[in-house]
Design a binder for this molecule. Structure first.
Ligand code: NAP
Length: 287
């Protein structure tokens, strides 16, 4: 699996596999739960060690499942990311929320900890808590989610020792609004863009539509599937990561293998034509 530079500050650089695993809406009981757990473990074995979660997912249930699944695995082989809910993001609330996440995950540190989206607590308080969590060794790096350029500028200005490692945002073929301003800002400031909901809200287009046929032809050329081509497109540049959620083993296998697909310039252009980014800047879309 290809890796990308997730965090860089002076000599300190963290490289992370470009395709990770999302865990929102993971089934939390029944037979689907057993497969979801097996899938998560299979994903780790196949190199998707970047695991994305949040205290919000299943009210901590997703973190519990991850904690059970990673028991006994070498901690340093994993890259675990969680998020504090804006309603908990006061200074003390952020510290406490992180400690609760660590407990549920059965680990003593997170590789990255994010503010899930901007809420009503003052940003300086949240960012100071995140910096203090780094100092205490409870998190390796800090980041944000659903932040547009102006929010990132404000968040960065709150920091005194650390830098923002990543911004987790909605990014898929239907929603490429981040390409207008956010992407270049993040590149310029070495902030990783971690794209969520990579398969979009709608079904991927069928092969009998023009855009579906284009994806299908590229997939055929790579002996791959359409979802794999979508993922390869979303991580086509340095600094871009994707975190598909898959509760089924067949999906996990596909997603992991997508991390090795490199699209040609002409294939990228073909996809670009079928699924164009907006021409002008829009407010950041998120869910
Ligand atoms: P997603 O990953 O785009 O889609 C998940 C759906 O795609 C599931 O139904 C899954 O099926 C299916 N799928 C996975 N791999 C597939 C494949 N190879 N072929 C066909 N279908 C496949 O959507 P998402 O869960 O919204 O986003 C991913 C992750 O991003 C979340 O789980 C969460 O960790 C994160 N996220 C963050 C935010 C935020 O505000 N920061 C918001 C939303 C999501 P099965 O599960 O049945 O395998």
């Amino acid at each position: 699996m290809r890796t990308g530079s997730f965090f860089k500050l002076g000599e300190r650089e963290l490289r992370v596999p470009v395709i990770g695993q999302g865990t929102w809406n993971l089934p939390l009981d029944g037979s689907a739960f057993d497969e979801a757990r097996r899938s998560l473990k299979l994903g780790i074995d196949l190199g998707m060690v970047h695991i994305d979660t949040a205290e919000m997912y299943g009210n901590g249930g997703s973190e519990n499942v991850i904690g059970e699944t990673i028991k006994g695995l070498p901690r340093e082989s994993l890259f675990i990311v969680s998020k504090v809910m804006p309603s908990n993001a006061s200074y003390n609330g952020t510290i406490k929320a992180c400690e609760n996440s660590l407990h549920r995950l059965g680990t003593d540190y997170l590789d990255c900890y994010l503010l899930h989206w901007r809420g009503s607590y003052p940003l300086p308080d949240t960012m100071r808590a995140l910096e203090d969590l780094v100092k205490q060794g409870k998190i390796g790096t800090l980041g944000v989610s659903n932040f547009d350029v102006e929010d990132l500028e404000e968040a960065a200005a709150c920091l005194t020792r650390e830098k923002i490692a990543c911004n987790q945002v909605l990014y898929n073929l239907e929603e490429r609004g981040i390409e207008r301003a956010l992407m270049s800002y993040c590149k310029q400031h070495s902030i990783s863009l971690v794209g969520y909901t990579p398969f979009g809200k709608k079904r991927l287009p069928d092969a009998d539509t023009e855009s579906g046929a284009v994806l299908a032809s590229i997939a055929k050329a790579h002996d791959a599937t359409v979802p794999q081509i979508v993922l390869a497109f979303l991580v086509r540049e340095e600094g871009l990561f994707a975190i598909p959620k898959a509760a089924r083993e067949a999906h996990v296998k596909e997603n992991a293998a997508a991390g090795d697909i490199v699209l040609s310039e002409s294939e990228i252009k073909m996809i670009d034509t079928q699924f164009p980014a907006p021409k002008t800047r829009r407010p950041l879309a998120w869910s």
